[in-house]
Design a binder for this molecule. Structure first.
Ligand code: FA5
Length: 341
């Protein structure tokens, strides 16, 4: 009777192996017949109830059946789904270990970020804290508090992107002077780097959105001489050498007196190029002594406190550092350009 059972087991197992389509089907067959609680295991454990001769005969037959099923499963495995693919691919494809590996492209910081960080680092070494402010501003902070009331002609100095609800895209980082003064008592010295926006025509040294670095230092006896010394210190640390600059009298409603600082153009070495409009000088920043009305708007008494403010064009600083002859390259997204930094 057991012999018939074994024959049936052999036939059934063989058929099930044939029909198996996936590895998990083969696994099922294995468990059903060869597993710990499988059909053959049951037969082996029934052997102990048999007489010696019968046990030897049936034992042999059961072993043959086990081997048969194992062989069937082994033969079928390579022809099944994933296993089949890997085996057949392995036969067709050759793996050339001498082929150079694919180079992984690593991202890196944008040149303007590098310059911004370098500038922050230097100002921090001379005691300035780094502060940030919002890109979307209201008219109070961007204009009124900076001594530029509505209908004041000076508003035309900045071509503004106006938004709904009395908001605008900040045209400079100067609103942060007020924001900081409102919440902090002098003496202090801060810088505020950030992105700004202007609705104006672009050329080699003008963009519609660019970066500025605002500076503000307020104390008891802070003077324009302190400003000049700090800027000279900053520029020589930034460029790693003495840099020629010139201060020109200028006008900003929020500073009095006001001046602009030009840098001897490093793209052409002062000979004249499209960056410096053939003058040999590039305007790098606006600056001046903070106007008493601005101190008042920030809640600071101008009878006790005074100081200077400045706004450096970060893009222009980057152009001078890397000798870039067109500001628009920074925003082009051109990897051939960006990969050089
Ligand atoms: C201002 O924006 C003033 N808020 C600066 C200031 C701050 C003056 C504090 C006094 C006290 P101005 O518009 O000149 O000033 O811009 C300052 C600097 O930003 C310029 O010197 C220049 O380096 C840079 N800049 C101005 N316009 C552009 C532009 N379109 N593209 C790139 N950089 C520009």
């Amino acid at each position: 009777m057991e012999k018939i059972d074994l024959r049936t087991i052999k036939e059934q197992a063989g058929k099930e192996v044939e029909e198996a389509k996936e590895l998990k089907d083969l696994d099922k067959v294995f468990k059903k017949y060869l597993g710990k609680k499988g059909k053959l295991a049951q037969i082996f454990s029934s052997l102990r109830n048999l007489g010696e001769k019968e046990r030897a005969e049936l034992g042999k037959e059961a072993n043959r059946t086990r081997k048969f099923i194992e062989k069937k499963i082994k033969e079928k495995t390579p022809f099944i789904s994933g296993a089949e693919i890997s085996v057949s691919k392995g036969k067709k494809e050759r793996f050339d270990v001498t082929v150079p590996g694919k180079k992984r492209l690593l991202g890196h910081l944008h040149p303007l970020t590098l310059i911004k960080r370098k500038a922050e680092e230097i100002f921090q070494t001379i005691g300035f804290s780094v502060v940030e402010g919002p890109e979307v501003e209201n008219e109070w902070y961007n204009f009124d508090a900076l001594n530029i009331p509505k209908n004041h002609p000076a508003r035309d100095m900045w071509d503004t992107f106006y938004l709904k609800g009395g908001l605008l895209l900040r045209t400079h980082t100067s609103p942060n002077q007020i924001r900081y003064m409102e919440k902090n008592n002098p003496p202090f010295r801060i810088i505020v780097p950030g992105r700004i926006f202007r609705h104006e025509a672009t050329d080699a040294s003008h963009e519609i959105n660019f970066y500025q670095l605002e500076g503000l230092m307020i104390g008891k006896d802070i003077s324009a001489a302190n400003f000049k010394a700090i800027i000279k210190e900053f520029l020589s640390k930034f460029f790693g050498k003495e840099i020629k600059i010139r201060l020109r009298p200028s006008y900003f409603p929020f500073t009095e007196p006001s001046f602009e600082v030009d840098i001897n153009c490093l793209v052409c070495g002062g000979k004249g190029c499209k960056v410096c409009s053939k003058t040999g000088w590039l305007e790098l920043m606006g600056a001046g002594m903070v106007h008493p009305s601005v101190l008042r708007a920030g809640g600071i008494n101008p009878n006790y406190w005074q100081g200077f403010a400045f706004g450096i064009g970060i893009d222009r600083l980057a152009m001078m550092k890397y000798k870039i002859n067109d500001i628009r390259l920074f925003y082009s997204g051109d990897l051939r350009f960006l990969e050089q930094f």
